[in-house]
Design a protein around this ligand. Structure first.
Ligand code: NOJ
Length: 523
């Protein structure tokens, strides 16, 4: 099947990323869950989003908060079990919101029955062939099979104790030791993934965000790598752990299943920066959409933003697939903080929200972005991300962008939960950032997002590109195919707006001019 000439629902959709631990706690145990999402579905309807992307909710020991999957075809009791997912899909569909889930094909949990069976069965067994077990090197196999580091820090290999008690083989884990990599050369692995895909699609799920979609396939012989540039989401394009050619066969296999469900979408997490290589993942028989992280990497600077947009559009055009846009997610520092924090960081984040929502393609908003939440500086003793421990306590990890959302009230837990013991502490100074407080303020970040998404939907269908207009230094101006111009001022002096009706601005104009750190749409 080829990509259809009629625009599918996701082409210009606004996806809202729900980090389930942090959205809303429906059962009072201090951790968010799926019934919590159902309870606050009105927030998403009012925001006007088209779809939800749920971070993993499948059964997991939570070593990496769900990205260590022990049963891919059941929902963890922490999130309310399968019944809660069914309730969410039904309630979301009733208000016209699609539900997409995270799919984790690169690795499983070390508690997955397959991995437990592999440990018990010993070297040379069929059970070990589902993972990447290898003998060590050096006398008595004391060294790992190659020099690969784990993305979370430390070696990517862990040595096991064999069933007879002797020091044994090593298994590969690109992430945590509790996330052993699957052996994608073993056909059983795809067969099982196909069961998982069909299981959720038949239950009414509308698609998948595919974790580490540039991973899975490993290079023949697992050669050593250069050891510069190892970090979460910062791998380089010549890193042998990722982007190996055989990965495309895996995506073709996934697409052949998805084509039985033509309304369902796949969005790959693809940390590949060469446009031609990136575009390969989006060929008509592979993924529908690929996450593009260029805006996440761009500073609040007109030139950098323009380059990120041009580059993303060029990659999408090469692939003939819609572009995707994102400013943050559960793995990166929130943009308010990235842009410097405080009122300036917030002003820049609000301006960038208008840039994001003016672009053609699928847009992803990370929960809390619509409230202008900053990252949170958390004390050492509450940190939970495995990165903290694995990096030898040198990298604090991603907990600071995962703090629960403030809904109402004047003190933590701000109606996130009925429990005061929430899984990550919430800052006392978030009183003015709650949904309830922002609903009362017509100039709030929430109001800005609601209005911008409403206007975006009103613009109808976007063309594939934008036209960049001449602009003074530090100002970026681009026009969509429907004639709406977005102008963002990253400089230090006000700038003139083009003639036309002002549709929206991220801050009040200054004598008819666009102030620094502000964006506006004009028609
Ligand atoms: C990327 C996910 O976004 C991240 O949160 C996770 O830790 C790794 N993949 C490993 O699954």
């Amino acid at each position: 099947m080829t990509n259809s000439p009629v625009s599918p629902w996701w082409s210009d959709a606004v996806f809202y990323q729900v980090y389930p631990r942090s959205f809303r706690d429906g059962n009072g145990d201090g951790v968010g869950d799926l019934d919590g999402v159902v309870e606050h579905l009105d927030h998403l309807s009012n925001l006007g989003v088209d779809a939800i992307w749920l971070n993993p909710v499948t059964v997991s020991p939570m070593a990496d908060h769900g990205y260590d999957v022990a049963d891919p075809r059941d929902v963890d009791p922490l999130f309310g079990g399968l019944g809660a997912l069914d309730r969410l899909v039904e309630a979301a569909h009733a208000v016209g919101i699609k539900v997409t889930m995270d799919l984790v094909p690169n690795h499983t949990s070390s508690q997955h029955p397959w991995f437990q069976a592999a440990l018990a069965a010993g070297p040379g067994s069929a059970q070990r062939q589902r993972y990447l077990f290898r003998d060590g090197t050096g006398p008595g196999g004391i060294h790992p099979p190659n020099n690969w580091p784990s993305i979370f820090g430390g070696p990517a290999w862990t040595r096991v104790v064999e069933p007879d008690g002797s020091p044994g083989q090593y298994y590969l884990h690109l992430f945590d030791p509790e996330q052993p990599d699957l052996n994608w050369e073993n056909p059983e692995v795809f067969d099982d993934l196909e069961k998982t895909l069909r299981f959720w699609l038949e239950r009414g799920v509308d698609g998948f965000r595919i974790d580490v979609a540039h991973g899975m396939a490993k290079p023949p012989g697992l050669p050593d790598m250069s050891l510069t540039g190892n970090a979460l989401l910062r791998n380089s394009d010549d890193d042998p752990r990722f982007n190996n050619d055989a990965v495309h066969d895996i995506h073709r296999g996934i697409r052949s299943v998805l084509d039985d469900f033509p309304e369902a979408v796949t969005i790959g997490e693809i940390w590949v920066f060469d446009n031609a290589d990136f575009a390969k993942y989006l060929r008509p028989d592979e993924l529908h959409l690929g996450f593009n992280f260029r805006l996440v990497r761009a500073d609040f600077d007109a030139t950098e933003i323009k380059e990120a947009i041009e580059n993303s559009l060029a990659a999408a055009e090469l692939a003939g697939s819609p572009a995707t846009w994102t400013l943050s997610n559960h793995d990166v520092e929130r943009e308010v903080t990235r842009y410097g924090g405080g009122p300036d960081g917030l002003a820049k984040a609000r301006a960038m929200a208008l840039v994001l929502l003016a672009l053609p393609g699928a847009v992803f908003v990370y929960n809390g972005e619509e409230l202008g939440l900053p990252n949170v500086e958390l004390p050492d003793d509450v940190l939970q991300d495995p990165v903290w421990e694995r990096s030898g306590y040198s990298e604090r990890g991603r907990d600071g962008c995962r703090v629960p959302l403030p809904w109402a009230g004047a003190a933590p837990p701000f109606d996130f939960s009925t429990s005061h013991d929430v899984w990550l502490p919430m800052p006392t100074e978030w009183t003015d950032l709650t949904v309830a407080a922002q609903e009362r303020d017509p100039d709030s970040t929430l109001a800005l997002f609601r209005r911008a998404i409403e206007l975006r939907h009103g613009r109808g269908s976007f063309g594939p590109g934008v036209e960049f207009l001449e602009a003074p230094p530090h100002v970026l101006s681009f026009r969509g195919t429907d004639g709406v111009t977005c102008v963002v001022n990253t400089g230090t002096t006000p700038t003139a707006l083009p003639p036309g009706d002002l549709l929206i601005a991220s801050a009040a104009l200054d004598d008819g001019q666009l102030p620094p750190q502000t964006a506006a749409w004009v028609r």
